[in-house]
Write a protein that binds this ligand. Structure first.
Ligand SMILES: Cc1cc2nc3c(=O)[nH]c(=O)nc-3n(C[C@H](O)[C@H](O)[C@H](O)COP(=O)(O)O)c2cc1C
Length: 188
């Protein structure tokens, strides 16, 4: 079997009991063998400061190196005030600089937004996509993944309880795996 594509999973919440982290873990366990999903942490990152471009903090350089080493990126994020949480935007900025040396450039991406609310983080999902356009990341378009009503989605073991959502996530993962493969071939 070919080596699995390495997918950096970036979670937009630092909360211990984060629903988005649960989703990231659940989806990592459900992923097809062609993908290897690993959460890349963002909570340790200092706030981005352009003055540090020539000599970035160690945590920022290490994060950037992990993104650079990945074949693809999957963002799993909550919506804060109808937009992207500041911690996630900070992580995006950190790995995007210095100008012309972005670690995100050309990497295929997917976006899943998760919320206890009814509209499933639609605002964050689309604000994030705005940044991904500039970062030149080809983003999976369909299926869109706005996971609402997530307050009671996970069981004690972290599995997805609702069969419909589980089925949808399988469909999403299959489409994402095909997208990563197609994009990798186009880049080769
Ligand atoms: C600062 C803040 C702003 C929020 N704004 C929104 C929002 O705009 N839309 C929404 O659906 N939920 C909003 N929420 C509720 C989050 O969806 C909820 O706290 C969710 O559990 C956060 O994701 P997490 O469980 O992964 O930490 C907000 C929560 C916080 C703390």
């Amino acid at each position: 079997m070919a080596t699995p594509r390495r997918v950096a999973v970036v979670v937009g919440s630092l909360r211990k009991d984060s629903l988005n982290r649960k989703m990231a873990k659940a989806i990592a366990a459900m992923a097809p063998p062609s993908l290897s999903l690993e959460i890349v942490e963002i909570g340790q990152l200092p706030l981005y400061n352009q003055d540090d471009d020539a000599n970035p903090p160690a945590a920022s350089a290490a994060f950037k190196a992990k993104i650079a080493a990945a074949d693809a990126v999957l963002f799993v994020t909550p919506e804060y005030n109808r937009s992207v949480p500041g911690v996630l935007k900070n992580a995006i900025d950190v790995a995007s600089r210095p100008y012309g040396k972005s670690a995100w450039d050309g990497k295929p991406a997917g976006v899943i937004s998760v919320s206890p609310g009814a509209i499933g983080g639609f605002g964050a999902n689309h604000h994030l996509r705005q940044s991904l356009v500039f970062l030149n990341m080809p983003v999976l378009q369909q299926p869109e993944a706005y996971v609402g009503g997530a307050g009671d989605l996970f069981d004690e073991a972290g599995g997805v309880k609702k069969p419909d959502t589980k089925k949808f996530l399988d469909t999403f993962l299959a489409a994402f795996a095909a997208w990563v493969e197609r994009t990798a071939k186009a880049r080769a």
